[in-house]
Write a protein that binds this ligand. Structure first.
Ligand SMILES: *Cc1c(COP(=O)(O)O)cnc(C)c1O
Length: 416
């Protein structure tokens, strides 16, 4: 899959746009996304299914910016949401409500009612009490709810413990061992259509094996449920495909993964669904920032930039690695080993540690690569820092799709 970043005349470009041009008008810190990189990945998923009935439902929590949702909606994507707010965003962006699936362990009654009224595709339920509540609310509204139980297949994923979800000890899903009983008891709920099975075993998976293992468990379950008379029509395998954050890291190819998935499913009359988040948007985005200062404390060299953990939390939260690229490449300057840190008053506020990187100086622009997923969405106003602007690039064109927050935005809704 091609990378949207490249150096032209030693200036870093995303698609055909020079990053210093964007910084001049949009300011820093600023998230910048390549529309074509996102579309290219979406089409890789969509095409690989061939004539297998399927739906690709982009996982909104990876990046819920309206412009990205609109881009994917136009390309024919469905959406995987985990809150009422995400449903609101999808609808605001012009997404098709009938291809929205609602996941999450803690859906509130208000959120369920909102989704029932909008007639989304289905609910992925994570407990028996949730099935009970959805049925009761659907009855009150005179609606039917299509549901799948989210299965916890007890598959180990070898990813960061914070983003692994498919083991029995995790809060997600219902243990596959007892799930048939759950479907049986749910038969009594008159307003539910039990038509699916779903799972999502973790994120940033650098092998598709655990996903295919989970698929095998789910396919066997589909057979057992069908034998009991449940009309199971769809199987949703969730998201989770990883991306190569570190140089030399290998991620599974989207099309190979989907092809292997399809070959296991064959002609069972199932619609296959997937919920990719990271693998659609991570590589398409960067966080552009400016070097404020350089300093040395003892043996340690620091590069202080104008973006911080409130803008990009992943390094602080997961010790995640993001490449740091100078916008103007000048090999004569050599390299340094440094911590790249932001202005937030926390020792945990860093974007890179002990990093061998270009010898950047105050005033230089740097790009933090592969920041399109779980970047802006995890940003906050900590230290009363306005959240960054967002820019969408397509070919030579680009536009600001989210204004940088102002100081007034910081106090909206507050009273003295
Ligand atoms: C987070 C999440 C996804 C997306 O995961 P990625 O690793 O970003 O692909 C899909 N489905 C559910 C239910 C999720 O919670």
């Amino acid at each position: 899959m091609e990378n949207p970043l490249s150096y032209r005349d030693n200036v870093l470009h995303i698609e055909e746009v020079a990053l210093d041009t964007v910084a001049r008008r949009a300011g820093t810190p600023c998230y910048i996304y390549s529309a074509n990189a996102i579309l290219c990945r979406f089409r890789a998923y969509d095409k690989a299914f061939g004539d297998q009935a399927h739906k690709v439902c982009y996982s909104v929590k990876a990046n819920g910016s309206l412009s990205l949702l609109a881009l994917l909606a136009t390309a024919g994507s469905g959406f995987d949401i985990v809150s009422g707010g995400e449903l609101f965003r999808v609808l605001r962006a012009g997404g098709d409500r009938s291809s929205v699936v609602f996941s999450g362990v803690g859906k509130t009654a208000e959120e369920i009612e909102y989704a029932l009224e909008r007639e989304i595709h289905s609910f992925h339920c994570e407990s028996e009490s949730e099935l009970f509540l959805i049925d009761a609310l659907a009855a009150r509204l005179g609606k039917r709810a299509r549901v799948a139980v989210r299965i916890n297949p007890d598959v180990d994923t070898a990813t960061h413990p914070y983003i692994s979800t498919g083991l029995r000890q995790h809060k997600f899903g219902i243990d596959i061992a007892g799930v048939e009983g759950v479907y049986e008891r749910a038969r009594a709920h008159r307003n539910l259509d039990l038509e699916g099975v779903s799972c999502h075993i973790g994120s940033q998976l650098l092998s598709s094996e655990p996903l295919l293992e989970a698929l095998d468990h789910l396919l066997a379950l589909v057979e057992r449920l069908r034998a009991k008379g449940f009309p199971i029509r769809y199987l949703d395998l969730g998201g989770g495909l990883g991306v190569p954050y570190k140089p030399g890291e290998q991620a599974p190819s989207i099309s190979d993964y989907i092809a292997r998935m399809c070959s296991r499913v064959g002609g069972r009359g199932l619609t296959l669904m997937v919920e990719p988040g990271r693998s659609l948007v991570a590589e398409a985005g960067i966080l552009l920032c400016r070097v404020l200062y350089r300093k040395r404390n003892g043996d340690k060299e620091f590069v202080i930039v104008d973006a911080a953990m409130n803008d990009l939390l992943r390094p602080s939260l997961y010790a995640a690695h993001h490449e740091i690229l100078p916008v103007r490449r000048d090999d004569r300057r050599g390299t340094i080993q440094a911590d790249v840190v932001g202005p937030v008053c926390e020792t945990g506020d860093f974007l890179a540690r002990d990093r061998q990187m270009a010898n950047v100086l105050p005033g230089d622009l740097v790009a933090i690569a592969m920041a399109g997923a779980y970047g802006f969405v995890l940003s906050s106003n900590y230290n009363a820092r306005p959240r960054a602007a967002e820019v969408l690039v397509a070919g030579k064109g680009w536009r600001i799709v989210r204004q940088r927050e102002s100081y007034e935005d910081l106090v909206r809704g507050e009273v003295v």
